[in-house]
Design a binder for this molecule. Structure first.
Ligand code: FEO
Ligand code: CA
Ligand code: CA
Ligand code: CA
Length: 586
């Protein structure tokens, strides 16, 4: 209703200022509560979090993971009104959230000192997906409650494969059963109520000490090398030794479908949607079909779209998964503002047997090479996508990058990122062509005069989400090698933030600023839009500006949210409400 909107259309709150303090700030008239930080037992009677990081791997399997990221809220409640704007679902639901990666300095009492099997298992248990039931009490505070749904899907959880690449495929053979989902950055939600956990930097976990090992073409294209990101799991567990167990890495980079309402379901990797460093999967529906948009978050990689081959309800009625039947495409952004979705289908275009593509499974395992072959447009690290519920326009955040050879990546280099949007032909999200433009160039006008922002400046957009009113929420992930540094042009931008945009007027206001070293990522509201959940990831991560935390003193950079002198920083979910009970952002 108009009564709840501000004078400026969709945005009704007063902007908060940038800052570089170890503090979380929301607008005047808003309240914020910290919920389910890393280590919270997923059931009330589970193992307590120990602030010296001495919890075992078995404890961590029953506790909320580390590095909260993409998230959804599934309403629970009596009767058919559970999920609507008036039902019980506004007071009780399942929070399902990704845990992207881990900080071994904070996860273990001895940090990165010598890796052991127990430490690898704890690291695996701290990642993946947490399903936690939460409810609002009479006092207005949200709490984690006892649940028949609560579970963890972590790095050692058994999984199966479905679609053109099955677990029997020769490329997926390894010395252990298929298990685990890892590096779950953003996510998606299907119209049939399941959660899609996406696997991003899966290459980071693998390595080898075999001096004779060299990556093959496929491994190179996905960044697999002998050290990964330095976790050193391969020194304690052969599963992660890419020379000894080369099939294991091919089991990652997929979408994992999880049914949050069935705690006994075995998660399924849906291979028809392709394999890359997938940030997330923004789902919409058009002509009754499933449509899923994804970015491959690597400098110079691509934007993808999967379109179901018939209405998803038909597949469901016949007992088939709509995710196993459809066409994968990759985007080409032409310099004249038009765009095309190029099919990644065996036998079409370049992807023929004569050109060395065996079958559709081969195309999917090598999705990046297939996209190279068809001439997709290189982008500046495509992260989240979002679809405007009012007109079906699609938005993608390009967080930062080198600036490639197209009008869709106009800055070279591009340290601040931008947001590109497009309208599919005829407003139909299953279409194979579109028209695009640049919604906003992020950055600081003091360093780049093309930036049209003022005191609402921001950098490195990552999370994107539309609420039901059509407000676009933008979350930032300035890396800790740039955050608050003048030599990187980031000293006026402050800590990572969440902003809201009105897509019609392009007005943007800063809504929230996070603590030091953290990114802001993952956002969802209850159906009535009066409670918002937002994740704060990796407070206290090593930053160039604030120094390197050590296992002896992990709170040097940040001690959010506990500020316990004996404790350590923890990723957590925020619960944001308005003092007057109104809709968030309005
Ligand atoms: Fe995990 Fe691309 O941010
Ligand atoms: Ca991200
Ligand atoms: Ca990040
Ligand atoms: Ca990011």
């Amino acid at each position: 209703p108009a009564a709840e909107s501000g004078r400026h259309g969709l945005l009704g709150f007063r902007q908060v200022e940038t800052h570089d303090r170890d503090e979380l700030v929301v607008p005047e008239g808003y309240r914020v509560q910290v919920l389910i930080p890393w280590g919270t037992p997923i059931q009330p009677d589970g193992p307590r979090w120990l602030k010296d990081a001495s919890n075992s791997a078995a404890d961590q399997e029953q506790q909320v993971g580390m590095h909260h990221d993409g998230m959804h809220y599934f309403p629970l409640g009596r009767g058919h009104r559970g999920g609507d704007r008036h039902g019980k679902g506004n007071e009780r639901g399942l929070l399902v959230l990704n845990h992207e990666y881990i900080d071994q300095q904070i996860l273990f009492p001895d940090g990165d000192e010598e890796m052991t099997g127990e430490k690898v298992d704890k690291a695996l248990a701290a990642q993946g997906v947490s399903i936690v039931e939460v409810a609002r009490g009479k006092d207005g505070q949200w709490r984690r409650v006892k649940s028949r749904y609560a579970r963890k899907v972590h790095g050692n959880t058994p999984v199966t494969f479905s679609g053109p690449v099955t677990e029997k495929h020769p490329a997926l053979q390894a010395g252990n059963r298929p298990m685990g989902t890892l590096n779950n950055c953003s996510m998606g939600v299907t119209p049939w109520g399941t959660y899609l956990a996406c696997e991003e930097n899966f290459n980071s976990y693998f390595g080898t000490e075999d001096p004779d090992w060299e990556p093959d073409t496929l491994q190179k294209r996905y960044g697999v090398d002998n050290v990964g990101f330095g976790y050193n799991w391969h020194t304690a567990s052969e599963r992660w030794d890419v020379a000894a167990n080369p099939g294991e890495v091919n089991r990652f980079g997929w979408i994992t479908e999880i049914d949050p309402k069935d705690p006994r379901q075995t998660p399924v990797k849906r291979t028809a949607l392709g394999r890359f460093k997938r940030e997330g999967c923004m789902v919409t529906e058009a002509r009754g079909r499933f449509v899923g948009y994804s970015g491959d978050d690597q400098d110079g990689d691509y934007v993808y779209k999967f379109v179901g081959d018939r209405p998803w309800r038909e597949h469901r009625r016949a007992g088939r998964s709509p995710l196993d039947h459809g066409r994968l495409h990759v985007a080409r952004y032409n310099d004249d503002g038009s765009g095309d979705w190029l099919p990644l289908v065996h036998g079409e275009g370049e992807l023929t047997t004569e050109n060395g593509w065996k079958d559709q499974a081969d195309v999917l395992i090598r999705t990046r090479e297939a996209a190279d072959a068809v001439g997709a447009t290189r982008m500046d690290r495509p992260e989240w996508l979002a679809v405007n519920p009012k007109n079906k326009d699609v938005y993608v955040s390009l967080t930062n990058g080198s600036g490639w050879d197209s009008a869709a990546t106009p800055r070279d280099p591009n340290p601040y990122g931008h947001i590109v949007r497009w309208r599919e032909k005829g407003g139909d999200n299953t279409a194979t062509s579109f028209h695009w433009d640049i919604f906003v160039l992020a950055g600081d006008p003091a360093y780049d005069e093309e930036v049209k922002l003022g005191d609402n400046l921001f950098g490195s957009p990552d999370g994107l989400w539309f609420d039901a009113d059509g407000r676009l929420w933008i979350q930032t992930d300035v890396s800790n090698s740039s955050q608050n540094l003048p030599e990187k042009g980031y000293d006026n931008i402050g800590n990572n933030a969440m902003l809201a945009a009105d897509p019609r007027t392009r007005e943007i206001r800063r809504f929230l600023v996070g603590p030091r070293g953290a990114e802001i990522t993952g956002v969802i509201t209850t159906p009535d839009q009066r409670t918002m959940f937002v994740n704060v990831q990796h407070p206290g991560e090593a930053t160039e500006a604030w120094g390197e935390p050590t296992p002896q003193n992990p709170r040097d950079v940040s001690n959010w949210p506990d500020f316990d002198p004996e404790g350590r920083p923890r990723s957590a979910t925020l619960v944001i409400t308005r003092e007057d009970g109104g809709r968030i952002g309005a």
